[in-house]
Design a protein around this ligand. Structure first.
Ligand code: C2E
Ligand code: MG
Ligand code: MG
Length: 432
């Protein structure tokens, strides 16, 4: 059962509760998020204790509500809390939970004439096996919290590989404004295949930064770009450097779709739809050839606005896809209300379908439900033939992953996939 402790608890109790959770559920894998609410004294001094208490109570009530079965939402004191995430699959799941808590705190609370919101900081740590003790987990989460408080970030995760230095971190030489201005990015393309016919169906455009150490994946600069509010300029760059290819590739492969990634801030930007419409016009590109990927978590940041943006994209004729599906906490019934065309099952489920029957069941129910709602399903992260066969037999429509091909530059993509695909189609036609 999920629960919140309103009485306030000590660290030793916290460790005991985590130990008990691990034993009772027979699962060693847990994550701990330690949080601190800043400015509670100022809040009380400025507005009085009664308003201060009500603001905190409102936050803690919403905080308790996000705990799933077996998660623990614990109020340690009036200005500190702990969230224990049961059986997270990956660090990104921990960050998603922290992001959710951060968004709850940032929501305005109206009390009488006063409108207040909270400023919080969080440190996270993850234990994946029995050898990783709960008191080490607490020490690591506390350390990440301390580092977070002395930085400009609102959440940090303890990075065991980097010793005691928590991540996530950007490349030290990455300068967002300079990179945008000088066009220091490159776009790579990863092929996607129709799992029923085996034919190329499209590609996903994935950005790289051409830095002093060569081409770097988005993990090393995306945070910094977001912080510099440069996501729309990045989207423009990617669109401009992709549209010419799409126009050419569609001539070779008429059903070709290009998937472009968007970020959470793109969805909140009222310019997004106009920016896309401009680029499409400039390159005389059929909007139906473009699929905009939005992550499940970014949709949930501001659900009403997301629905409005998705509807405008649909009016424009652009397809939309929910990326990394399964990593957020959105309900499947909410999906029904979204004007989207496709769903991409997160690779953390796909990669374990061979060994974990529960993941196979999850993929199967997502596929059944999506098909019932008229959505296409993409399985991402297919790394072997065995995985490809399982997701194909379950009914996923499209596959993407290292088994088919890694992201590569446009010339290589053309050589490897388009020439081959049109040659194959020609051969098929001549045999038929
Ligand atoms: P994503 O959209 O979920 O993209 C899939 C990521 O999985 C890519 O990582 C890809 O290289 C990797 N991948 C593909 N197949 C496999 C596989 O079989 N096994 C494994 N282990 N990984 C696989 P990448 O290129 O590092 O991109 C990471 C994330 O950065 C993307 O995740 C996307 O969220 C973001 N991103 C990439 N390009 C852009 C962009 O132009 N704009 C925005 N806003 N975000 C982008
Ligand atoms: Mg994507
Ligand atoms: Mg994805």
């Amino acid at each position: 059962m999920s629960s919140i402790n309103r009485a306030g608890i000590r660290y030793s109790d916290l460790i005991r509760r985590i130990d008990r959770l691990r034993q009772d559920t027979d699962t060693a894998s847990v994550a701990l998020i330690m949080g601190r609410i800043d400015g509670v004294n100022t809040l009380n001094e400025r507005f009085g204790y009664s308003i201060g208490d009500r603001v905190l109570e409102t936050f803690y009530k919403k905080f308790a509500a996000i705990a799933r079965e077996n998660d623990l939402a614990l109020e340690l004191s009036s200005n500190s809390f702990a969230f224990v995430l049961h059986a997270p699959r990956h660090e990104s799941h921990v960050m998603l939970a922290a992001d959710k808590i951060g968004r709850l705190a940032a929501e305005w609370v109206q009390i009488d004439e006063t409108r207040v919101r909270l400023d919080i900081c969080m440190g996270c740590a993850l234990a994946g096996s029995e050898e990783e003790r709960s008191d080490d987990l607490l020490r690591q989460a506390e350390q990440a919290l301390q580092d977070c408080r002395s930085s400009d970030k609102s959440v940090m995760i303890f990075d065991s590989k980097a010793g005691d230095t928590p991540g996530p971190s950007s490349h030290p030489l990455f300068d967002a404004h300079k990179a945008i201005e000088n066009g220091e990015f490159r776009v790579h393309f990863q092929p996607q295949f129709d799992l029923r016919t085996g034919q190329l169906s499209g590609a996903e455009a994935l950005v790289r930064w051409s830095g002093p150490d060569g081409l770097m994946a988005p993990g090393s600069f995306m945070n910094e770009l977001e912080r510099a509010r440069s996501m729309i300029p990045l989207l423009q760059f990617v669109m401009n450097n992709t549209s010419r290819e799409v126009a050419r590739w569609v001539r070779r492969s008429p059903n070709f779709h290009m998937a472009i990634n968007s970020s959470a801030t793109d969805l909140e930007d009222t310019d997004l739809v106009d920016v896309l419409a401009d680029v499409l016009r400039m390159w005389s590109l059929d909007p139906a050839r473009l699929t905009l990927e939005v992550t499940e978590t970014s949709l949930m940041r501001n659900p009403d606005q997301s629905v409005a943006t998705l509807s405008r994209l649909r009016q424009l004729g652009i397809r939309t896809s929910i990326d990394d599906f399964g990593t957020g906490y959105s309900s499947l019934s909410w999906l029904k209300t979204l004007p989207v065309d496709e769903l991409k099952i997160d690779r953390s489920f796909v990669q374990t379908v061979l060994e974990d029957p529960r993941d196979r069941e999850i993929v199967k129910s997502v596929v059944d439900l999506s098909h019932a709602m008229g959505l296409k399903v993409v399985a991402e992260g297919i790394e072997s033939e065995g995985i490809m066969e399982v997701v194909r037999d379950i009914g996923c429509d499209i596959g993407q992953g290292y088994y088919f091909g890694k992201p590569c530059a446009s010339a290589e993509f053309e050589r490897n996939w388009l020439l081959e695909s049109s040659a194959k189609r020609t051969a098929d036609a001549s045999h038929g």
